[in-house]
Design a protein around this ligand. Structure first.
Ligand code: 4AD
Ligand code: MG
Length: 432
């Protein structure tokens, strides 16, 4: 038995005397009584220190204990519907564990640069804790979703000899005597090999892009989950993406209410994220843009403002399929009915959150794939293994990648990706 209990377990201890350990979140005081708000990572608890109930030293400590000092507190658990979390502690003893002198993040407003400089401390604040808990729940929902549907987790390498998603965003390194190597931009190409071995696989891990753009949607290190399925076509792929997004969002709605409330998220907007989602072709999306007076040429890729305009008609994610082949990756299969377009899909989140999924049916024909590799000036020798997948029992297959941080940002309803990962990496920041 642990010598202390956690705030989340207090309902089992009503009326008992227990000891808790944590940090001072906040403090109020009125004469003979001090109200200490303890946080222990599982919740928040108001601890009442009455002058008459404790020794003089303990009362003096309750008076002087400062923000984010760590301490141990003993007392009787009371139910208190009006208090945060529904319980209160009538303290009988208090011991300081680690002092905290002039904690830099005070309840007053701080600028964002200051907060990111102090990210190692900022993550202790209520909103950041709520976001990180939601991230954790989403990660588990992602694993559960695929595990329950017969997928095998398949871990691709992080160090790779070639690009997967275009050469402009590669992080390069010297790799011993073998020349240049790169941090992976996507596990997809390896996942395709996995799908030929295991049928349905998913990769889930960090991916890297040397994004030169300084936007609120781009990290240089982000997490992506990439399912890849043998014998799936584009429609099957879209069906899966839709079911997957609904599952993640509804899991958070069900399990993370307190965190969504801390973030003041409009939960009714999330409750609407149920199948079916609208599906429109790229060509139809271009018509939408034009009908709203935006200048746009068929063949160009959508920018973030275009995505916002297209998605504003819907309160669900919108799936845009069949993009011009020229703006999409080399591995995407062309539509047999119109080779100008690729069997690709992007899923655009509502409320202006932009693209959260990119996916496609893959080119499964050896000769067409070889052509694409040449067109894109990719070094064929590094793709021989990938071409083998088309030489030995090639099958139609498809998959997609969902960006974890973009998804967490949307579900949390916050402005910027940087708050959804413990230590964000961006073009202008690699510390702390
Ligand atoms: O659309 P992308 O580039 O697709 C791929 O990487 C495919 N290989 C996926 C696949 O088919 N298996 O990236 C997929 C998703 C995007 O929709 C976005 O959510 C996220 O990854 N993403 C980023 N997230 C944060 N920062 C960045 N710089 C991102 N780049 C892409
Ligand atoms: Mg994309």
């Amino acid at each position: 038995m642990l010598s202390h209990v956690y705030i989340k377990d207090l309902s089992k201890h009503v009326g008992e005397s227990v000891t808790l350990k944590g940090w001072l979140f906040n403090k109020r005081s009125s004469g003979k009584v001090k109200f200490l708000i303890l946080r222990d990572g599982t919740g928040y608890l108001q601890c009442i220190v009455f002058k008459g109930n404790v020794s003089e030293e303990v009362f003096a400590l309750a008076d002087s204990v400062s923000q984010e000092a760590s301490f141990e507190i003993t007392g009787k658990v009371k139910e208190e519907p009006r208090a945060v979390g529904g319980f209160e502690l009538d303290a009988t003893d208090l011991k300081l564990i680690g002092d905290s002198v002039e904690y830099p993040i005070t309840p007053k407003e701080h600028g964002i640069e200051f907060l990111i400089d102090n990210r190692h401390l900022w993550i202790r604040s209520k909103k950041q804790v709520a976001i990180l808990k939601i991230r954790h729940r989403i990660v588990k929902a992602i694993r559960d979703f695929y595990d329950e549907r017969g997928f095998t987790l398949f871990d691709p390498p992080i160090i790779t000899p070639n690009a997967a998603e275009g050469t402009s965003t590669l992080f390069e390194m010297d790799y011993f005597d073998l020349g240049k190597a790169y941090l992976t931009q996507s596990g997809q190409l390896y996942a395709e090999a996995g799908a030929m071995a295991l049928g349905k696989v998913y990769t889930f891990g960090p991916t890297f892009r040397a994004e030169k753009s300084k936007t609120r949607r781009h990290l240089t290190e982000f997490w992506m989950v990439e399912p890849e399925m043998a014998f799936y076509d584009l429609d099957d792929d879209m069906d899966l993406a839709e079911e997957f997004i609904e599952y993640i969002v509804q899991t958070v709605v069900k399990d993370c209410r307190p965190e969504l409330e801390v973030l003041e998220r409009d939960i009714s907007k999330l409750e609407k994220i149920v199948r079916p989602f609208p599906r429109i072709s790229y060509t139809e999306a271009v018509e939408v843009l034009k009908s709203k007076g935006r200048e746009f040429t068929w063949g160009d890729d959508f920018g973030a403002p275009d995505e916002t305009v297209i998605s504003e008609d819907y309160d669900k994610p919108v799936m845009i399929h069949r993009y011009p082949s020229a703006v999409k990756a080399f591995y995407m299969k062309r539509d047999p009915e119109n080779p100008e377009v690729a069997l690709a899909v992007d899923v655009i989140a509502p409320e202006g959150y932009g693209e959260i999924i990119g996916g496609s049916q893959r080119e499964d024909n050896l000769d067409f794939l070889l052509e694409r590799i040449k067109e894109h000036n990719l070094p064929q020798k590094y793709f021989e293994w990938y071409l083998d997948l088309r030489r030995f029992g090639s099958v139609p297959h498809a998959g997609f990648g969902l960006g974890l941080e973009r998804t967490v940002t949307w579900i949390c309803g916050i402005d910027h990706l940087r708050e959804t990962i413990p230590f964000p990496r961006m073009i202008y920041r690699n510390t702390p």
